[in-house]
Ligand binder design. Structure first.
Ligand code: GDR
Length: 362
């Protein structure tokens, strides 16, 4: 047999560069991961990580003719798409029954906080009740006793909201400030409840903001780094933002998915804060992104519009990830300045290439 099999804990670290050479027998021995939210930023990073560790990766795909699947097929050919929807329990049961996963990573959600104010019921259904449905599906497929399926739930620092203490730890009480935050609190609490009630191996990662070149344009980091690049290239005149005073603990998504995987390799399931421990204002983000493209007078390019302010804001987030660092041995490798540099460089290259393409095609 090839020496490429992964497996939990001790041997799961081996890299796999020989995917195509696996026989069906070898594939049957590989650990299997089922991931919701596979087409999102974290899903893509996690797919890469799991593949490098020798997993067979199955990604849940929602809806008909999902356009993001074309991107997945081209960039992540090793991910096996599986139909399913967090709003539909029978589809989750069917998906898990077919995949028979060792690990489930529930990353799927309505994840844009601003949108959750306009689509509160949908957010509660997918981001909140979707977690309950996934837990039920895991119980139904894995069995009520000695369930072998391990589950990771993507909890969020948005649960801390109007923070009760600084920095925030696993013990900090929640005070969510958006329908998204409220739905995440339900998801978090129901994971704890199923773990305590049924002995399930289910963990929540309370991840603080995590970004990178794959971040969607609706989130403030990518909106700003992309605007700085486009302004530098003469493709845009200004960027319109909301609150510049709120503070976030921003890390790199590529670092954070490693913590997700580590949580499922422990002897006992538990919940962990994943954060850098450093906080910055949105204004810092803007100033540093513009400086990266050589523009010091960023104020001349930024306009504020009330439409980007939220009905209730989370003013300050800063996480204490001592537990993840000591128990999981997890450390972030990319700091805020490196993160901005990486994102701006990516946006400069992307926007310049798009511009050249537009010129060629007239
Ligand atoms: P957040 O991320 O709400 O923290 O949730 P986002 O980048 O959307 O906002 C961060 C802060 O920036 C302020 N802001 C703006 N935000 C956006 N999107 N657009 C703007 O124009 C703008 N101007 C100012 C916001 O008011 C806010 O204070 C993210 C998501 O990924 C969640 O899914 C995840 O759970 C948490 O991080 C951890």
């Amino acid at each position: 047999m090839s020496d490429c099999t992964g497996g939990r804990a001790s041997d799961a670290d081996r890299r796999v560069d020989c995917w195509a050479s696996f026989t069906n027998y070898e594939r049957a021995l590989m650990p299997r991961a089922f991931v919701t939210g596979i087409t999102g930023q974290d899903g893509q990073h996690l797919a890469e990580l799991l593949h490098s560790k020798g997993y067979e990766v199955f990604g849940m795909v929602k809806g008909q003719n999902n356009p993001r699947m074309h991107m997945m097929r081209d960039e992540f050919p090793y991910v096996e798409p599986v139909p399913g929807d967090l709003a539909d329990l029978p589809s989750l049961v069917k998906a898990l029954d077919m995949v028979q996963p060792d690990e489930v990573y529930n990353l799927g959600a309505i994840s844009f906080v601003a949108l959750s104010f306009n689509q509160a019921e949908l957010t509660a259904n997918i981001t909140g009740l979707g977690v309950l449905r996934m837990l039920e599906a895991v119980r139904m497929v894995g069995g009520a006793e000695n369930n072998p399926i391990r589950m990771y739930q993507a909890s969020s620092s948005e649960m801390f909201g109007k923070v009760r203490e600084t920095p925030q730890t696993e013990m900090t009480p929640f005070h969510p400030r958006s329908p998204y935050g409220c739905a995440k609190v339900f998801g978090h609490d129901i994971v704890v409840n199923y773990r305590e009630s049924y002995g399930m191996y289910a963990c929540s990662g309370i991840l603080f903001n995590h970004e990178g070149p794959r971040r969607g344009m609706e989130f403030v980091t990518r909106k700003v780094t992309n605007a700085a690049a486009r302004i530098k290239l003469g493709l845009q005149n200004e960027v319109v933002l909301g609150n510049l005073d709120s503070k976030r603990d921003w890390g790199y998504a590529g670092d954070y998915v490693k913590a997700m995987w580590l949580m499922l390799q422990q002897d006992e399931p538990d919940d962990y804060v994943v954060a850098t421990g450093v906080t910055h204002t949105i204004e810092d983000l803007v100033r540093m992104s513009f400086a990266e493209v050589g523009i010091d007078n960023w104020q001349d390019y930024v306009r504020q519009d009330p439409k980007y302010f939220r009905p209730a804001e989370v003013d300050l987030l800063i996480g204490d990830s001592t537990k993840a660092r000591t128990k999981l041995g997890w450390e972030p490798e990319v700091d805020f300045a490196q993160l901005i540099k990486m994102m701006v460089a990516n946006d400069l290259e992307l926007e310049a290439a798009r511009h050249r393409q537009r010129q060629i095609s007239g």
